[in-house]
Design a protein around this ligand. Structure first.
Ligand code: MN
Length: 137
C-alpha cells in the first residue's frame, strides 16, 4: 500500500492542448507494468480540449457541471454528472465544458512504450464549438 497525501500541484492545461482554462490533478499513475493513469480535470466555462485521439481508448466520468463532447463526424453531445463516455481507440474527438457551465470529469487513460496516451490535433474552433445544442432543449 502506498498513500500519496495531497501534495502534487494542480497543473494548468497547456495552451498547446486546450482552449480556455483547464486544471488537471493527478489521481493515479501506477508504475509499470501497469499502464493506467487517471486525472481529475476541471474545465472552466467555454474551455475544451483540442481535437485528439487515444491509441488505447479513454473513459471519462463526469462528476460536476455540464459538459460537451463530440467525435469527428458526429453531433456535439451534452454530458452531465454520472455520465460515462468511452472514446474508442483512435477515435478523433474532443471534450470540455458547456459555454456557460464548468465541467469536471475523471479521465482514465492507458499508455505504454509503444502507445502515447494522447495524440493532439487542431484546436476546436469557435465555429465548431458554437454548434453545441442549447442546454435547455
Ligand atoms: Mn480524450
Amino acid at each position: 500500500m502506498r498513500i500519496v497525501r495531497s501534495s502534487i500541484d494542480t497543473v494548468k492545461g497547456p495552451q498547446d492542448w486546450f482552449t480556455g482554462d483547464v486544471f488537471i490533478d493527478a489521481v493515479a499513475a501506477a508504475p509499470a507494468p501497469s499502464r493506467v493513469s487517471a486525472n481529475l480535470v476541471h474545465f472552466m466555462p467555454g474551455a475544451r480540449t483540442h481535437w485528439h485521439r487515444h491509441a488505447l481508448s479513454q473513459s471519462v466520468f463526469v462528476t460536476e457541471g455540464v459538459g460537451l463532447c463530440q467525435r469527428r463526424g458526429g453531433p456535439i453531445e451534452v454530458i452531465r454528472p454520472g455520465d460515462r463516455v468511452l472514446f474508442e481507440a483512435d477515435e478523433e474527438h474532443w471534450h470540455g465544458a458547456a459555454p456557460t457551465r464548468l465541467m469536471v470529469h475523471l479521465a482514465i487513460n492507458e499508455g505504454d512504450d509503444e502507445h502515447a496516451v494522447v495524440q493532439w490535433l487542431a484546436p476546436v474552433s469557435d465555429e465548431e464549438y458554437g454548434q453545441a445544442p442549447s442546454l435547455t432543449d
